[in-house]
Write a protein that binds this ligand. Structure first.
Ligand code: SF4
Length: 356
């Protein structure tokens, strides 16, 4: 049987150019998140509404740990080869009070010992790392640390009152990697003081550090934050949806080219958070719109490298659902590349290939 599922087959060709359309992060198959909103944070950042974003109210950590202990005890231990990850998200894990951090790591120890958990990660700020804490995390089996870098631009970091500069952000990434952890970098396109140009430079800097994964969180304005006040005072203007899709599409294409997984393209849907968003690029299919833009840009670059009009494009089947954007809005731009629908073929291969 042909590896092409539709009846049509690609035409004979004499040359081709391959390009990446996203890689999967090698991580546990199932992830059990433990949200610790604002825990350990030195202040509430101007744009942050972690409690609403994670759908978790501010909870005493011992009670939260107990709740997760019960939920995880109900799961079967992982069979050989099976993986499950515990992820501490939503606060500044490395700055938790000692007792609270030890309770979290104690839970991780128990779950690892009973094979209910095989991997673990936590998220933190770049200015909350110390050699002693990193040793502790390693001893308890944390594999990956995600840093809420937000930007590598000192002016944007200052405008957003992050409390560290570009040099400290880069150094924190290196510290995590040199200590032997996988590194995740979280960026905040559209944050105060940033611009599309600054964000693209942020992505280039992040990719140069060869992280295990990236997350992009387009900046939104939740009610009750300093950013909401700045919006009202006219001191802050969020990026439009169109600009966000265009710029994050470029950024995602760069990450695909570098082979670095981008594991988030927008804040996860959460009813309480969505109800609190006053402004900013929110769309239920934002991730798909960004992927569609990135795919089109990547195909355009491949066409330039090909140097001849393309005869056909082979795409991984996963692209089929999003490639034309919302209500087919990108069809014309695809046609402009010489790639009308009849020239596009879906395959089981992980890479795209342009033929001429
Ligand atoms: S952005 Fe990060 S450091 Fe700032 S308040 Fe939110 S969770 Fe804490």
């Amino acid at each position: 049987m042909s590896k092409y599922s539709c009846k049509k087959t690609p035409p004979p060709h004499t040359c081709s150019v391959s390009f990446g359309v996203g890689v999967r992060q090698k991580r546990a198959k199932s992830v059990h998140p433990v949200f610790l909103p604002f825990s350990g944070c030195p202040m509430h950042c101007v744009y942050c509404a972690q409690d609403r974003q994670t759908g978790t109210s501010l909870y005493p950590i011992p009670a939260l740990i107990e709740e997760h202990r019960k939920a995880l005890a109900a799961l079967a231990p992982c069979a050989p080869g099976q993986t499950r990850e515990l992820a501490f998200y939503g606060g500044t894990f490395t700055a938790l009070p000692d007792g609270e951090r030890r309770s979290c790591l104690g839970l991780l120890d128990e779950l690892r010992a009973s094979a209910r958990i095989t991997h673990a990660r936590c998220s933190t700020r770049p200015d909350a790392l110390s050699p002693g804490i990193l040793e502790e995390l390693e001893a308890h089996g944390i594999d990956l640390i995600e840093l809420g870098i937000q930007s590598f631009d000192s002016a944007a970091l200052a405008a957003s009152r992050r409390g560290y500069d570009a040099e400290a952000a880069v150094q924190a990434c290196r510290t995590v990697q040199e200590a032997g952890f996988g590194l995740g970098i979280q960026l905040l396109p559209g944050m105060p003081g940033s611009s599309p140009e600054v964000f693209i430079k942020d992505v280039e800097q992040a990719l140069a550090l060869r992280p295990s994964c990236l997350r992009f969180y387009p900046c939104l304005v939740p009610a009750g934050t300093v950013l909401a006040r700045w919006l009202e005072e006219g001191r802050y203007r969020p990026w439009s949806l169109e600009d966000t899709v265009a710029v994050l599409g470029r950024a995602l294409a760069l990450a695909w080219e570098a082979g670095v997984p981008v594991i988030r393209l927008s804040v996860a849907p959460e009813p309480a958070f969505d109800a609190a968003v006053l402004a900013g690029p929110r769309h239920p299919a934002l991730g798909a719109l960004i992927q569609a833009e990135a795919l089109l840009l990547s195909a355009g670059r491949a066409a330039e490298r090909l140097g001849r009009p393309p005869l056909a494009l082979l795409l991984p089947r996963a692209c089929q659902g999003y490639m034309y954007g919302e209500r087919g809005a990108l069809k014309e731009r695809w046609a402009g590349l010489g790639l009308a629908p009849e020239r596009i073929f879906f395959t089981e291969k992980p890479q795209a290939e342009l033929l001429a």
